[in-house]
Design a protein around this ligand. Structure first.
Ligand code: PLP
Length: 428
């Protein structure tokens, strides 16, 4: 495949945008080469500026769970845009999407909308600190909760790609309030609580991690965190920015039967527009301004275009009783196919999957935390990525990202992908 026009556009972009991109992983630093510039997308496919068609396994990093340019969402946005694009005043739409989200997700009474997953997690932490009157938080190495200061400590995602554990600009004062634990290691969390008695406001976790590849919680891990929080007066925050409205209607709280105290959303809840949200029981949410003392605000929060898109997306997911099963079956089919072709080679690999989140790690050992994720062979991953790209299959340009399956993928697309992987595997 040719990427001449994309290369030209990247040169132009690099003159006026740092690194030519507005979010670092897009720059292909983790895999080398030039980012692909998208012209348009429909269903399971991206069409780039050189006229190539790519099967998309990123799907805008999660939101396009029903495929690109999903008509009910597109139409809702067009119709709303004709009536004004932002008011900074309440609209009925906000109540409609809030009520629907609350009806789908267990254990939440109220929800507040923001503009990104970062904002959702950042605000959830402030709320937890305000509510508990404590400063420290526990986060897990390799988990990414957006780019706000408290979270840029051993974060996954783009930070892993670049091997930068902490970002300059995050002050020591901020970093000292973020305690780091290993994913799937309850003893580690218990030790932190022992050493910081009555100081920890919350544990924040990706209940299925997706920013060091896909890493499922070990049996009993989330239950253990729930108990530790309850015993110590700390809040359990589930960052469901990736998993919310993807792994089940009610997210991982439903999937694993665990109650979180605060839940963060992003990605799917906005149907592809910039939306995040955080939600909890009334007692906690009423701590937010204007009812309570914890301040949080946004000029474009609850934006009518974004709310219209999110509402149509949630309605579609809520109305389709078989959607999460269908996504699971497609992803399981892909997983089986990848196993089939890779097991015929000598390449060491591990596949992790939960529902429609899946990742391939080039290491034979189990991948259950950030350290084991880092054991993967990045050189093999780079060749794998480019081999697939040359065959029209677009996976995330980093070994530390999960793939997001869209229901727009047909079984023919999945077979095409598995055959492409078989061909690439011969070149590794
Ligand atoms: N939390 C998780 C689990 C994420 O994966 C991400 C982004 O990928 C975020 C938070 C931040 O969301 P956003 O990029 O919308 O700010």
């Amino acid at each position: 495949m040719l990427y001449k026009r994309s290369s030209e556009l990247f040169i132009e972009a690099s003159k006026v945008i740092p690194g030519g991109v507005n979010s670092p992983v897009r720059a292909f630093k983790g895999v080398g080469g030039t980012p692909i510039f998208v012209k348009e997308a429909k269903g399971a496919y991206l069409y780039d500026e050189d006229g190539n068609r790519l099967i998309d396994y990123i799907n805008s990093w999660g939101p396009m769970i029903l495929g690109h340019a999903y008509e009910p969402v597109v139409n809702a946005v067009i119709e709303r845009a004709k009536k004004g694009t932002s008011f900074g005043m309440p609209t009925e739409l906000e109540t409609q999407i809030a009520a629907l989200a609350i009806s789908m997700v267990p254990n939440i009474d109220k929800i507040r909308f923001v503009n990104s997953g970062t904002e959702a997690c950042m605000s959830a932490i402030r709320l937890a600190r305000g509510y508990t009157k404590r400063d420290k938080i526990v986060k897990f190495s390799g988990c990414y909760h957006g780019h706000s200061d408290s979270f840029l400590i051993a974060a996954g995602s783009g930070l892993s790609t670049f091997g930068v554990p902490n970002s300059p600009g995050v002050t020591e004062g901020t970093a000292k309030d973020t305690l780091l634990a290993n994913y799937n290691d309850l003893d580690n969390v218990k030790a932190l609580f022992e050493a910081n008695k009555n100081e920890i406001a919350a544990i924040i976790i990706e209940p299925v991690a997706g920013n060091m590849g896909c890493i499922p919680p070990a049996t009993g891990f989330l239950e253990g965190l729930r108990s530790i929080c309850s015993e110590n007066g700390a809040l359990l925050i589930f960052d469901e920015v990736m998993t919310g409205f993807r792994l089940a209607k009610g997210g991982t709280q439903e999937l694993y039967g665990i109650q979180a105290d605060i839940v963060c959303f992003g990605k799917v809840i906005g149907g592809g527009l910039p939306v995040g949200a955080f939600a909890a029981k009334e007692e906690i949410m009423n701590y937010l301004a204007p009812l309570g003392p914890v301040y949080q605000a946004g000029t474009l929060s609850g934006n009518p275009l974004a709310m219209a898109a999110g509402l149509e997306m949630l309605k579609a997911l809520n109305a389709d009783a078989g959607i999460f099963k269908s996504l699971e079956e497609k992803t399981a089919y892909l997983e089986k196919g990848i196993h089939r072709v890779l097991s015929e080679t000598a390449i060491p690999y591990t596949i992790n999957r939960v529902g429609s989140m899946i990742s391939v790690h080039f290491d034979a050992n189990p991948v259950y935390d950030f350290n084991t994720a880092k054991n993967g062979d990045n050189e093999t991953f780079k060749k794998f990525f480019h081999g697939l790209l040359n065959r029209g299959v677009y996976i995330a340009p980093s070994a530390y990202e999960t793939w997001f399956i869209t229901d727009a993928l047909s079984y023919a697309d999945l077979d095409f992908t598995i055959e492409a992987i078989a061909a690439v595997a011969k070149e590794l």
